[in-house]
Design a binder for this molecule. Structure first.
Ligand SMILES: Cc1cc2nc3c(=O)[nH]c(=O)nc-3n(C[C@H](O)[C@H](O)[C@H](O)COP(=O)(O)O)c2cc1C
Length: 374
């Protein structure tokens, strides 16, 4: 059946209603493209928060868009996730809109990266679209108001499962990096459903060096201890987020370390500093400059890293897979390769507000089909 005669169409992104497809792709996205990428982000995020704050609208959106059924739910990290599709860190850096984002149907939202001290990040422009690759390049540099500010919102009761991603303040010398993570962990720990130590952003000089085991070891030990101290009655799940650019042996080493420290899991992966295999022309890519590349170009490596982690740790670690996921088939492939949960960021920017529901519905269908076959 043709698109025009059908109320819904089946695309590589899964099934979507004609209204969703037409309104977002033909109307809203082209208008947003008139704005610089970061301004478009602020505009859409502000609109969403405003819209969801209208009395009755947030719960209505949640009823319409959140897939939360027996077959969609996932038990992990001592929590029950309504579905396995999460929003990756970096979209809601300051924990200002996680309830509104949850009402769009995300099974969980990871806020941050939050740093020990507030910082403005890198000079603008620092976020770029590569539409031909459906990719983004960013060098935001952890712009955020700091973990102390975010806690004022995180301490409120919330319906959405919220992970809190913490990183290092740029101005802090390397010798105080651990203390900086610990200060954030102590603040956010009591209110986070899980905490992520981010050592994988390419935009804070020296940050990714913390992935080397000799540096990661004392960092993880200190954050682990800090969380036990501030939350003696509830164990706060602790995960580490890694880069796709790690060598295979280093991926293994992180898995070993995570097991050694009794960490709950690993999030793989962050953005890549590589630029190979892009469809966009070289000058367009060069104009963006330095930064982390996300979206489909990182898909292959994100899956490889996931498989490597799963081979090494089996089911002893909760693996959250992120990087280039756009379709329910891809999300399901990650789950089959060992992920318990998945996250998206770039596809949400390109595909719009109905993506979480589409992915969660598709994955639940694929899971039940696999169950019937098995
Ligand atoms: C604009 C932007 C900002 C990001 N900021 C963060 C961040 O603050 N902390 C973090 O751990 N990851 C950050 N990320 C990485 C994403 O969480 C994710 O790991 C990565 O984009 C790969 O997923 P995707 O291909 O679905 O976008 C950011 C990504 C983008 C595009």
């Amino acid at each position: 059946m043709s698109e025009s005669t059908n109320a819904s169409e089946t695309t590589r992104y899964g099934r979507r209603s004609a209204v969703e497809g037409t309104v977002y792709r033909a109307l809203i996205r082209p208008l947003l493209y008139l704005l610089p990428a970061e301004a478009a982000h602020h505009l859409t995020f502000t609109f969403l928060r405003w819209f969801a704050a209208i009395p009755g609208v947030g719960p209505w959106l949640r009823r319409m868009l959140l897939v939360d059924t027996e077959r969609s739910r996932v038990r992990a990290l001592g929590l029950e996730f309504p579905n396995p599709i999460g929003l990756a860190a970096g979209f809601d850096k300051d924990a200002i809109g996680y309830e509104a984002l949850g009402s769009l149907g995300f099974g969980f939202v990871e806020v941050g990266t939050l740093t020990g001290q507030p910082q403005s990040g890198n000079p603008k422009p620092r976020l770029f679209r590569l539409p031909r690759d459906r990719a983004l390049i960013n060098r935001m540099g952890f712009n955020n108001h700091g973990s102390a500010d975010a806690v004022r919102r995180l301490r409120r009761p919330h319906r959405t499962i919220v992970g809190v991603n913490i990183g290092r303040t740029k101005a802090v010398p390397e010798s105080e990096a651990i203390a900086d993570y610990v200060s954030s962990a102590k603040r956010v720990g009591p209110f986070a459903d899980y905490v992520v130590v981010n050592v994988s952003s390419p935009n804070t000089p020296g940050l990714r060096d913390l992935q080397a085991t000799e540096k990661l070891r004392p960092l993880l030990a200190a954050v682990h201890e800090a969380l036990n101290e501030v939350s003696p009655t509830r164990r706060v799940p602790l995960l580490v987020k890694i880069a796709p650019d790690l060598a295979d042996e280093d991926v293994d080493a992180v898995a070993d370390l995570a097991l050694e420290f009794g960490l709950d899991g690993v999030i793989a992966t962050n953005t890549t500093v590589r630029r190979d295999g892009l469809q966009s022309n070289a000058s367009e890519v060069a104009r963006c400059g330095a930064g982390g590349l996300s979206g489909p170009p990182v898909e292959h490596r994100a899956l490889e890293v996931l498989k490597r982690l799963h081979d090494r740790a089996g089911d002893r670690l909760v693996l959250i897979s992120v990087g280039g996921i756009e379709t329910a088939d891809q999300a399901w492939a990650r789950i089959q390769a060992g992920a318990t949960l998945v996250q998206v960021y770039t596809a949400f920017v390109y595909e719009g507000p109905f993506l979480p529901k589409r992915l969660a519905t598709g994955v639940a269908e694929l899971a039940s089909a696999a169950g019937f076959q098995g």
